[in-house]
Design a protein around this ligand. Structure first.
Ligand code: NAD
Length: 267
C-alpha cells in the first residue's frame, strides 16, 4: 500500500524539504500541500520545490488536503497547527506535528484532542536528538543537582520562538531524571544583578544568527568537571526523514498522543 502524505505549509523551509522527501520515498506519495500565502496558492508543488511539475497545485483549503491524505505532516505555526488538529479529529486522519512554540494552553488542547485520531508531536524529529534526550534523562538522575545543568541552543535568524522546543524538551528530560518540577527549576532569563546560581536550576541560553539549522548542547558542570552533549544538525533532512518515519508508523497506531521516542521505541 502506498501511503498518501499531505504537507501543510509546503512552501516553508521544512515544508519544501518534506514534500520532496515524500516524493522520493517508495512507500509514500504526495497527496498535496497547503499554504496560506497567496503567492504560493495555485502554484505547481513540483515547481515550488525545485523539481519538474507534478500536476498538483498548492491548496489553501486544509480540509481538502486531509480528505485526500492517509496522514498529514504539519511544520507551520502554533496558530495554524491548532486549527489543523480540529480537521484531523473531524476526518480521523493521523497528524504529525513538528511545529514548535506552543503555549501550555495549546499543549492542553492537544492532549485533549486525541480521542479519535493519532497525533505524533515532537519538537525534534531527528534520531540523534531523541537518543540524546533519552540518555540525558538517565544521566541527570545519576548526577543529581550537584551538577549544574545548562542548555545552549543556536538557530537561524528567522526562527520565531525561543528557547527552541528541543531545548525545552531537553530541559524537561533533565528535570524528569532528577524528579524535579520543570516549571520550578527552569531559568530562561539572566540579566543584571541575578545573585548566585541556585542548586537544581536548569539554565537556558539562546543564540540566533545566519542559516544555522539547529545546534544544541547540554552541559553538566561540577567543581571538577564538565560533561557535555552536543548535537549539530547539518541538514533539515534529519527532521523530514524522522517525520516521514513517524507518518508511516502512525498509520497502524491507536488513537492517542505520541512522541518521536514512541516511534523509535526509546521512551
Ligand atoms: P517557515 O516559516 O519556513 O515555514 C512555515 C510555513 O508554514 C510557511 O511557508 C507559512 O506560509 C506556512 N503556514 C503558516 N500558516 C499556515 C496555514 N494556516 N496554512 C498553511 N500554511 C501555513 O518555518 P520552518 O523553518 O519550516 O519551521 C516551521 C516550524 O517547524 C517551526 O515551528 C519550527 O520551529 C519547526 N521545526 C521543527 C522541527 C522538528 O524536528 N520538530 C525541525 C525544524 C523546524
Amino acid at each position: 500500500m502506498t501511503i498518501a502524505v499531505g504537507i501543510v505549509g509546503c512552501a516553508g523551509r521544512m515544508g519544501k524539504m518534506l514534500a520532496k522527501a515524500v516524493m522520493d520515498d517508495n512507500e509514500c506519495c504526495l497527496s498535496g500541500g497547503t499554504e496560506n500565502v497567496d503567492k504560493f496558492v495555485g502554484q505547481d508543488i513540483g515547481k515550488l520545490i525545485g523539481t519538474e511539475e507534478i500536476g498538483r497545485r498548492v491548496l489553501d483549503d486544509t480540509k481538502e488536503l486531509f480528505n485526500v491524505s492517509d496522514v498529514v505532516i504539519d511544520f507551520t505555526t502554533p496558530k495554524s497547527t491548532i486549527l489543523n488538529i480540529s480537521v484531523a479529529k473531524e476526518t480521523e486522519t493521523p497528524l504529525i506535528i513538528g511545529t514548535t512554540g506552543f503555549s501550555s494552553k495549546d499543549d492542553e488542547f492537544i492532549r485533549e484532542s486525541v480521542d479519535r485520531t493519532v497525533i505524533v508531536k515532537s519538537s525534534n524529529f531527528s534520531i540523534g536528538i531523541n537518543i540524546i534526550q533519552s540518555e540525558i534523562e538517565k544521566i541527570s538522575g545519576m548526577l543529581g543537582s550537584q551538577y549544574d545543568a545548562e542548555i545552549l541552543e543556536m538557530h537561524h535568524r528567522n526562527k520565531i520562538d525561543a528557547p527552541s522546543g528541543t531545548a525545552i524538551d531537553l530541559g524537561k528530560a533533565i528535570a524528569n531524571g532528577r524528579k524535579q518540577d520543570f516549571s520550578e527549576v527552569a531559568r530562561f532569563i539572566r540579566e543584571g544583578e541575578i545573585g548566585k546560581r541556585q542548586y537544581g536550576e536548569i539554565g537556558f541560553s539562546t543564540l540566533r544568527g545566519g542559516e544555522i539549522i539547529g545546534d544544541h548542547s547540554v552541559m553538566f558542570t561540577s567543581p571538577n568537571e564538565t560533561i557535555k552533549f552536543t548535537h549539530n544538525a547539518h541538514s533539515r533532512s534529519i527532521f523530514s526523514d524522522g517525520a516521514i518515519l513517524a507518518a508511516k508508523w502512525s498509520i497502524n497506531a491507536k488513537a492517542g498522543l505520541y512522541s518521536m521516542q514512541d516511534v523509535l521505541r526509546i521512551s
